[in-house]
Design a protein around this ligand. Structure first.
Ligand code: ATP
Ligand code: MG
Length: 454
């Protein structure tokens, strides 16, 4: 009897949210409608004209209220994906675990999500649309709900702000505006429960803290270390997506520091032993990447991964060489092994694998170039990335024989100096003639490691 009553109460609380919105007028939230992508406003207007509710939500509203440039604009509506498709013919329904609609406007994609509710496991309809596994992890999340329920099941309060471009009012259901002003990242609901439902929220907590410079609310931070092992249950594809977002959010240095602080690095890169020197290489890469992003330049995630996994390759290569494998094959085998191991945790596309291997394979070749191969190496499709990586290693005091500086000088040298430099590398070590170390100097600005890497 009591059990039944409890179930009913639990069911009703998950179906009917008791949340009410605080309405924030334009004068207070300060969002300038001109900063919103016209594509997402068009989607919202079309849905509203047909009688549906539709709002801008998520990172777009959060970043605009912070005076930042949003990466993308997400739309939330009470129209189901099929209904969105009826209103906007070009819309495409995607995803299974989390069904969404994509609307393409030129190069811009507007993501349209239907309001969702927490599911009640007693209801057959719910079980079909939403599923959790034995550990409480959500494996399907397609149960439609009201805007209040939708707000409750979003991750952080600052991500649950809904902006209506027609009325220019922000609807705040979870105290997100107050958290924005306090620079506080707070998970909605009971943090342990929310991380168990979706452990990826752990990595999202790190990313948003790092990117926004927010402090995690104590209750939001508390369960992270103990629940971190749940990340091992996440598919390598989803983890890979999240790792790319973490490294490419423009604040990779902060991200790495937080990942280390919360013992998450060993979960994402289980085979890497981050020694002091490995760490300084990774942080130098992060700095370069953040700088490139700040300058609006593109980044290649393969380069970052090449740097993160480098320590593992070096360790493996030493082991293989100790077992009698020759130099070049030992590098190649070590690279292959390390990438295979990593793919169990984060998926790597063929392109990323190939790029990382080329960067690694170039290292011993750039460090001990055969004079006859120097010009061939320079036209290697990955020369730029391999060279940048060598320079970065050298800047982090790895023993590269000063060849980063050598290659830097060689590229800027005229034909006469190049010929002289080639004689230097050609001089056989066995003659007793010491190989002249290139004069130490700063890399010229045009040859600074920039991580263009194409
Ligand atoms: P950005 O786009 O800047 O990375 P975002 O907050 O928009 O940040 P998205 O991944 O685009 O993040 O997701 C859009 C919104 O969907 C989020 O703001 C949040 O409200 C919700 N959301 C995304 N992932 C989750 C999740 N794992 N759990 C709960 N809510 C989520
Ligand atoms: Mg977004």
């Amino acid at each position: 009897m009591l059990k039944k009553l409890f179930k009913r109460l639990r069911g009703s609380s998950s179906k009917h949210s008791s949340l009410t919105a605080r309405l924030i007028p334009e004068a207070e939230h300060g969002i300038n409608p001109r900063d919103i992508s016209s594509a997402s406003v068009r989607v919202i207007e079309q849905l509203q004209k047909t009688g549906y509710q539709a709002f801008l939500v998520g990172g777009g509203v959060r970043d605009l209220m912070l005076g930042m440039h949003p990466k993308d604009f997400d739309v939330a509506t009470n129209a189901t994906p099929e209904q969105v498709k009826q209103v906007i013919r070009s819309a495409r329904i995607i995803g299974r675990r989390f069904r969404l609609v994509h609307v393409q406007f030129g190069r811009e994609t507007v993501e349209v999500a239907t309001f969702r509710a927490h599911h009640n496991s007693d209801d057959d309809r719910d079980q079909h649309a939403a599923q959790t596994d034995a550990s409480g992890m959500i494996t399907r999340d397609n149960l439609w709900g009201s805007i209040e329920q939708d707000a409750e099941r979003r991750d952080f309060s600052v991500n649950a702000l809904y902006y209506d471009p027609t009325t220019r009012v922000v609807h705040d259901f979870c105290g997100g505006a107050e958290d924005l002003s306090a620079h506080r990242l707070r998970l909605i609901g009971i943090p342990e429960h929310r991380y168990r439902e979706d452990p990826v929220r752990i990595l999202r907590a790190i990313r948003f803290s790092a990117k926004l410079g927010f402090t995690m609310d104590a209750a939001t931070a508390a369960p992270i270390r103990s629940l971190a092992p749940m990340l091992a249950q996440i598919s390598p594809h989803r983890l890979s997506d999240e790792v790319h977002k973490l490294l490419g959010c423009g604040h990779a240095r902060n991200v790495l520091q937080l990942l280390q602080e919360y013992h998450l690095l060993e979960l994402l890169f289980p085979h890497v032993h981050f020694t002091d020197s490995a760490w300084s290489l990774v942080m130098a890469t992060a700095q370069n990447t953040d700088q490139r992003i700040a300058e609006g330049k593109s980044i290649n995630p393969a380069f970052f991964l090449a740097s993160l996994l480098w320590r593992s390759v070096v360790d493996r290569q030493h082991q293989l060489q100790d077992h009698g494998v020759a130099l070049i094959p030992s590098w190649q085998q070590a690279g292959q092994l390390v990438l295979q191991q990593q793919m169990h945790r984060t998926a790597l596309t063929k392109y990323v694998v190939q790029t990382i291997r080329e960067i690694w394979d170039l290292q011993p070749r750039l460090q001990r170039p055969d004079a006859r191969q120097v010009n061939t190496l320079m036209v290697h499709p990955r020369f730029r990335a391999g060279f940048d990586f060598l320079v970065l290693r050298e800047a982090c005091h790895e023993n590269t024989g000063g060849m980063g500086v050598w290659w830097d000088r060689y590229q800027a040298a005229d034909a006469g100096l190049q010929a002289e430099m080639l004689r230097e590398v050609a001089a056989p070590k066995t003659t007793g003639k010491a190989r002249r170390r290139p004069r130490k100097r700063k890399p010229s600005p045009h040859n600074k490691p920039t991580i263009a890497h194409d």
